[in-house]
Design a protein around this ligand. Structure first.
Ligand code: MV4
Length: 471
C-alpha cells in the first residue's frame, strides 16, 4: 500500500479522498490555489502546497502537480472528477514520472474519450449502441444517414463531454446547421472538430452502471444509478437503484456493462453510461473513466467504499469481491445542493456562508467542503454539498430526503434547497416516473413560491395580512 498520496483536486471530492486516505492509513498531500488557501481540503490534508495564484491554472497544470508529488514523496495521484481527471496526457505523465495514477491506464482514458473509437469498440464486441455513423467527412454523409434512419438525429462531437458538442436536428435544414455549429463548438472547446451522427432517442432515461475492475481481470458491477433528472446536462438528483428498472433488465444491463468494461480492458472504478428508451431498449452511450460526483449513492446501497477500492486496486491488490458478493439494500438518493439563484436561471451565487447546519440523523450523509464563515469563491462550480440519504424502499428514501432537506439550513448564500424540496413533493417524482425530459416540463411549477429571504418573507406575510383584513 502507498504511504503518501497526492490529491489533484479541491472541494468535496478532495475531502472525500482525504477521508479514504485516513481510513487506509495513507498520508495525504493537498494542492491549492490562492483562492482556496482557507479551504477544508487544505486544513484536512497532512500536507498542503500552493500550486498557483491563479484560481484554475494550478489544478490544470500537469507538470506542476507532478513536481509537487515528487518533491513531497507522494507515490500516487488521485485526480478526483473534473479538472485533469479524464486527461489521458496527464495520466501518461504521471505513469512516466514513476507515480501511480488512481484510475485506468492512460490508453484506456484516451480510447474512451474518443466517442467514435469507443462506439466502434463496443460494436465490435456486440454491445448495443444507437444506430449511427462513424466520423463524417462532410454534411452529405449526415443527410444520407438521416434519410435512411429518419429524423430526429443528434450530431455529437467525437471529443465531446459535459453536454458540449451536441445538436439535435428534426429536419435537413437543422441538420446542416447542426453539423456546422457542432464542429465549431467542438473546435473551440476540444480542439477537434470531428463529429458523428446518431438516431436521436427521444425522452430516454439516463442509466449508468458502476464498475470495479482490478489489474488481474476481475470485473464486477455495483448496480445502476438513475441520472435522468438533469437541467442543461447538470444532474440535480441521482437515485440508486433506478426506481423504474426490473431485476431482469438490471441483470441484462449489468452483464453488458461488465462486457463493455472488459472490451475496453478497463481497470479501477468506472461508469458505463446507457440510454434506455420508452420500450426499455438500452444502448451504450459512453464510458466515464473517473470517480463520479454521484458515486456515494452506490456506496450507500452496496456498502462498498468506492474511493478506498480505487486506491487499493491502484496499489495492486486483488479485488476479492465477486458479483455474488454485491447485495443491494434499499434505495439511496443524492441531492446536489448548489449555491445558485433558482429565480435567476440558476445563476451561481457565491459568497460567505453565515450559518451552516447540515442534516444529520440515521441514514443521512453529507459530503461537503463548506462550513460556517467559509466564503465560497466565485471561480469554481456551484455545488457546495451533496446530501445523500437511504431508505428501505424508494418511498422511504424520498421521505428521508424531504426530512433531511427540511433540516438542512444554509444562510448567507442562495441555494437550491427549496427547489429540491419541491421535487420531493412532486407526484411524478414520488412515483419514480421521470426521464431526461422531467425538468424541462416542470421547472416553473417547481420554483419555490416565495424566496425564503427574511425580508421577502416579512413582505409576503405583510401582504397576506393586508389582503385578509383589507388594508
Ligand atoms: C443521446 C440522447 C439521445 N439520443 N444520444 C447527453 C450527454 C451524453 N452523455 C449523451 N447524451 C445524450 N445522447 C442519442 N442518440 C440523449 C442524450 C441526453 C440528453 C440530450 C439532450 C438533453 C438532455 C440529455 C440528458 C441526458 C442524455
Amino acid at each position: 500500500m502507498f504511504h503518501k498520496l497526492l490529491i489533484a483536486n479541491r472541494g468535496e471530492i478532495a475531502v472525500r479522498i482525504i477521508r479514504a486516505c485516513n481510513d487506509l492509513g495513507i498520508k495525504s498531500v493537498a494542492i491549492y490555489s490562492k483562492a482556496d488557501r482557507d479551504s477544508l481540503h487544505v486544513k484536512m490534508a497532512d500536507e498542503a502546497y500552493k500550486v498557483s495564484d491563479d484560481p484554475l491554472q494550478g489544478y490544470l497544470n500537469p507538470q506542476k502537480i507532478i513536481d509537487i508529488a515528487l518533491a513531497s514523496r507522494a507515490e500516487a495521484i488521485h485526480p478526483g472528477y473534473g479538472f485533469l481527471a479524464e486527461n489521458a496526457d496527464f495520466a501518461k505523465m504521471v505513469e512516466e514520472a514513476g507515480l501511480t495514477w488512481i484510475g485506468p491506464k492512460s490508453e484506456v482514458i484516451a480510447k474512451m474519450g474518443d466517442k467514435n473509437e469507443a462506439r466502434k469498440l463496443m460494436i465490435k464486441n456486440g454491445i448495443p449502441v444507437v444506430p449511427g455513423t462513424e466520423n463524417i467527412a462532410d454534411v452529405q454523409e449526415a443527410i444520407q444517414f438521416a434519410q435512411k434512419y429518419g429524423y430526429p438525429v443528434i450530431v455529437k462531437a467525437t471529443s465531446g463531454g459535459g453536454g458540449r458538442g451536441l445538436r439535435v436536428a428534426y429536419n435537413e435544414k437543422e441538420l446542416v446547421e447542426g453539423v456546422d455549429a457542432c464542429r465549431r463548438e467542438a473546435m473551440a472547446f476540444f480542439k477537434d472538430d470531428s463529429v458523428f451522427v446518431e438516431k436521436y432517442v427521444e425522452n430516454p432515461k439516463h442509466i449508468e452502471f458502476q464498475i470495479l475492475a482490478d489489474n488481474y481481470g476481475n470485473i464486477i458491477h455495483l448496480g445502476e444509478r438513475d441520472c435522468s433528472i438533469q437541467r442543461r446536462h447538470q444532474k440535480l438528483l441521482e437515485i440508486a437503484p433506478s426506481p423504474s428498472m426490473s431485476d431482469d433488465l438490471r441483470k441484462r444491463m449489468g452483464a453488458v456493462a461488465v462486457a463493455a468494461a472488459k472490451a475496453a480492458k478497463y481497470t479501477n472504478a468506472g461508469t458505463v453510461e446507457f440510454l434506455v428508451d420508452e420500450e426499455k431498449n438500452f444502448y451504450f452511450m459512453e464510458m466515464n473513466t473517473r470517480i463520479q460526483v454521484e458515486h456515494c449513492i452506490t456506496e450507500e446501497v452496496t456498502g462498498v467504499d468506492l474511493v478506498v477500492r480505487q486506491i487499493r486496486i491502484a496499489a495492486g491488490e486483488i479485488l476479492e469481491l465477486d458479483q455474488t458478493d454485491i447485495n443491494f439494500r434499499g434505495f439511496s438518493i443524492e441531492a446536489r445542493i448548489n449555491a445558485e439563484d433558482v429565480f435567476n436561471d440558476f445563476k451561481p451565487n457565491p459568497g460567505k456562508i453565515t450559518a451552516y447546519y447540515p442534516a444529520l440523523g440515521p441514514n443521512v450523509r453529507v459530503d461537503s467542503a463548506v462550513f460556517k464563515d467559509y466564503t465560497i469563491p466565485p471561480h469554481y462550480d456551484s455545488m457546495i454539498a451533496k446530501l445523500i440519504v437511504r431508505g428501505a424502499s424508494y418511498d422511504l428514501a424520498v421521505r428521508k430526503l424531504r426530512r433531511a432537506l427540511n433540516e438542512f439550513t444554509i444562510r448567507g448564500v442562495k441555494t437550491t434547497i427549496e427547489f429540491l424540496k419541491n421535487i420531493t413533493n412532486d407526484k411524478d417524482f414520488k412515483k419514480g416516473d421521470f426521464d431526461t425530459s422531467y425538468l424541462e416540463n416542470k421547472i416553473e411549477s417547481l420554483l419555490p413560491e416565495i424566496e425564503k429571504d427574511p425580508k421577502d418573507l416579512a413582505a409576503a406575510i405583510a401582504a397576506a395580512i393586508a389582503a385578509k383584513y383589507g388594508f
